[in-house]
Ligand binder design. Structure first.
Ligand SMILES: [Fe+2]
Length: 205
């Protein structure tokens, strides 16, 4: 029996699958006219730098999930939970930055291969690593992010992009600083059970 042809020019319940078309906006561009009172060159510079930050934060987000899954040892439970909490907070930052890029008229970086090509954070091995190495990698990644956030916030302020400045200071910087504190305290080498011997004082009886 001959296959019946579907006339797609008619209204039909058949989904139109496998469609492709030209991009509606190229990566690295911004919309020309938006009623934001921010000039195009400002929005271009901000979106370019925010995309770098976004790629690094997406990488840190994924590093947290890797650490959450692969952690081992006596501190497994507390770190398993802490890593996931930080992951969720980084997810929120990723969304806030990506949407900031879009509202400025730009195009947010999104897919893993593009993020991998862009991030400045060192790629970890696929296998599992010891807790101190996991913590060190996470702290190094936070450092990459904090290092670029402060000057970028100041630049946004100088260019009159107060919304970006506020996002970077109030959300990105403060959240990353707090997470750094929570991680760093796990790398302080204090006894778990038996206190160190008290120091011998001269003249003691
Ligand atoms: Fe989980």
């Amino acid at each position: 029996m001959a296959k019946k042809q579907i006339d797609t020019t008619l209204t039909t319940a058949q989904p139109r699958l496998h469609q492709r078309a030209r991009e509606i906006q190229e990566y690295g561009t911004v919309s020309h006219m938006l009623p934001l009172e921010l000039e195009e060159p400002v929005r271009l510079e901000m979106t370019e730098q925010l995309n770098q930050l976004l790629a690094d934060i997406m990488t840190l987000r994924d590093l947290y999930k890797k650490s959450h899954w692969q952690v081992a040892g006596p501190t497994f439970y507390q770190l398993h939970l802490l890593f996931d909490k930080h992951y969720e907070e980084q997810v929120e930052l990723v969304d806030a930055i990506a949407e900031r890029i879009q509202l400025l008229g730009g195009v947010s970086i999104a897919m893993a291969p593009d993020v991998a090509e862009t991030t400045q954070i060192e790629r970890p091995p696929r296998g599992r690593e010891e807790v101190p190495v996991q913590l060190s990698r996470l702290l190094d990644a936070h450092q990459v992010i904090i290092r670029q956030t402060r000057p970028l916030a100041r630049r946004a302020s100088t260019l009159g992009d107060d919304g970006t400045n506020d996002l970077l200071v109030s959300e990105v910087l403060r959240r990353n600083e707090l997470q750094v504190w929570f991680l760093s305290e796990h790398l302080v080498d204090v006894p778990l059970v038996k206190a160190h011997e008290p120091p011998v004082t001269s003249g003691a009886a």
